[in-house]
Design a protein around this ligand. Sequence first.
Ligand SMILES: NC(=O)C1=CN([C@@H]2O[C@H](COP(=O)(O)OP(=O)(O)OC[C@H]3O[C@@H](n4cnc5c(N)ncnc54)[C@H](O)[C@@H]3O)[C@@H](O)[C@H]2O)C=CC1
Ligand SMILES: O=C(O)CCC(=O)C(=O)O
Length: 421
Amino acid sequence: MSEDSLLDHALVRLDDAARHLNIDPDVIEKLKFARETTKARLMIRMDDGSRKSFLAWRCRYDDTRGPTKGGIRFHPSSTIDEVETLAFWMTFKCAVMNLPYGGGKGAVQVDPRQLSKAELERLARAYIQAFARTIGPDRDIPAPDVYTNAMIMGWMADEYAQIVGQAEPAVITGKPIALGGSLGRNDATARGGYYLVRHLAGELGLGDDMRVAVQGFGNAGQFIARLLAGDGHKIVAVSDSEGAVFAPNGLDVGALLSAKASGKSVLSTVGSNGHEAIAADALIGVDCDLLVPAALENMIHEDNAAEVKARIILELANGPVTSEADAILEKRGVVVLPDILANAGGVTVSYFEWVQNRQGFYWPLEEIHDRLRAIMEREGRAIWGVSKDKDVSMRTAAYVHALSRLAEAIEAHGTQSFFVT
Ligand SMILES: NC(=O)C1=CN([C@@H]2O[C@H](COP(=O)(O)OP(=O)(O)OC[C@H]3O[C@@H](n4cnc5c(N)ncnc54)[C@H](O)[C@@H]3O)[C@@H](O)[C@H]2O)C=CC1
Ligand SMILES: O=C(O)CCC(=O)C(=O)O
């Protein structure tokens, strides 16, 4: 990848989409800048009595279609550029799904694996103390992302309630069920992608016995492996931050899930059930039908895109394929089901959680699944149609679909004065 920022690369997709629509250039210009990004240094007491500080951000990228929405990431290499790019993607993702939200995102530059549970709780609470005026049920609604989870969302919701003096469950989603979380949010990201693949399987030429490789074996990766293996597909390779495992006849998904549940790497299963270790980078080139990047950005780039053997890529991660790799894959006939559609199941069930919190009325799991499936199928089918009508990739089609909704809302607000801070 060139030296440009991650956001510059992301904006290439906006320019591509704009070429297919007749949109006021001011609207496109507005979407090239974050509305507001707040930075803080979080200082917490460590268990040994010392103090440590961590950089943190919250970005509200665009709120034209509603309060900003997006997860909080805890990762040692998070940067303001990454946060703004993830918030840009959330803006388009929420528009793709027609959710009444804009896009936001947050991060703390930390390796949470180095913190004790008590230190992690102090950090989560410090984040909310720092950003209490940025977030709010009608302003900006966080959720989990990489290395954050329901437990952390629970601490954050509790801290917010203490600050405002009353319970405000709709300020954050992905909470534990006991604190107003929604049924079905835990596997929603993967389940949305799973419904999408099932719905378009005929058009994509995917059969009942796919070979699947999954990069990243956390929330999104584990659940997609479980759902696809449950339908009889073979999961032939998976990886986590420590390495990758491969079994040409199919991995034992149960053994992999047990290893992760007990805090071990997928590598701990090597030597049993025919699991062999392969280089982490080799996972991209494994012989399979469906490749599921479910880890971090830029994992498929111009130097390894030619190695991809899968015919279909399901982007459960945000931004796993660079714009240069997109061009190589398209030329090779590989269909990429783009992140802003493929992983939108997570924010969709977050939306359901927010609606349930505001109604104080909770839906059964079956209803969550039915509603999620209906939205994934509706928007997936519409984007497939745009892709065929305009003869463009699924990614460009998804951006065109979202941009037409965003432009309509921005123009309805009036285009005489915009402000970005
Ligand atoms: N959790 C959610 O609701 C949503 C997550 N996403 C995206 O999905 C991706 C994964 O997120 P989660 O599953 O929530 O995170 P997670 O923290 O649960 O899991 C991340 C996984 O990636 C692995 N990983 C990290 N670096 C790696 C590397 N270099 N190679 C291979 N594996 C590596 C980690 O070991 C871990 O297994 C991210 O891009 C995230 O933004 C997208 C939509 C919603
Ligand atoms: O559930 C949400 O609100 C946002 C999830 C998220 O951060 C994402 O889709 O990337």
